[in-house]
Write a protein of this length. Structure first.
Length: 216
């Protein structure tokens, strides 16, 4: 199995330096990763740096809390696409989900997908904060809103586990028939964990440990 083709090599920490971003991009080239995932401020640089490759530039919107307004997330998305983002990972508003304000969530996903201008949209559910029923409901709302993938986690929840195989399996079973895919992200630090996520149904892996995983 070519694990590198599942991996979005990720660096989202708030104090990431330009040198660290360059290291990430160079590793993505060396290992042939599917993509890199960086904060919006680094999208333009990453796009230029990788322009002679097929490596996708992925960025995050409303990150990590998902609590900015719908309008702010749309503007972030428009800016990211303009700067060269190939894919958008938006953070779901978990508070609205728990309130049962499902129309808000569907409308937000739809508006952000429209702002993607044909680019891939993933929705981060933050599964550490949700019950199994809430995960399933969130996936169903992502289908209605027109998302392309559902994603487990930001990796920023204090004391959070991140991606869990049983959550990935539930997400896959909920969205697969509608044509959506699953990205597992958060806490995937070795080959064993990566394979478990793929076996559960993930077609993408968001991890900062891509080099370690590929080295086995």
């Amino acid at each position: 199995m070519e694990l590198n083709k599942y991996i979005e090599h990720t660096l989202l920490k708030q104090d990431a330096t330009k040198a660290e971003i360059i290291k990430l991009l160079d590793e993505a080239r060396e290992y042939g990763f599917l993509g890199v995932c960086v904060n919006p401020v680094n999208v333009k640089f990453a796009h230029q740096y990788l322009k002679d490759t097929n490596i996708k530039v992925v960025t995050v919107i409303g990150f990590p809390l998902g609590q900015t307004t719908k309008e702010a997330k749309v503007l972030e998305t428009i800016d990211a696409v303009k700067n060269g983002a190939d894919e958008i990972d938006m953070v779901l508003n978990a508070g609205k989900l728990k309130d049962g304000d499902y129309d808000y969530i569907v409308d937000e996903i739809y508006d952000i997908k429209t702002a993607c201008q044909g680019k891939i949209l993933k929705v981060i559910l933050e599964t550490d904060l949700l019950s199994k029923d809430e995960i399933k409901t969130a996936c169903e709302l992502c289908i209605k809103g027109g998302a392309d993938l559902v994603k487990t986690s930001t990796g920023f929840v204090k004391n959070g586990v991140g991606a869990k195989a049983d959550d990935v399996k539930l997400m896959y079973e909920t969205v697969h028939s509608a044509g959506l895919q699953v990205k597992a992200s958060g806490g995937i630090r070795d080959k064993e964990a990566a394979l478990a996520m793929i076996q559960a149904g993930a077609t993408r892996l968001g991890t900062s440990s891509g080099v370690k995983i590929c080295q086995g």
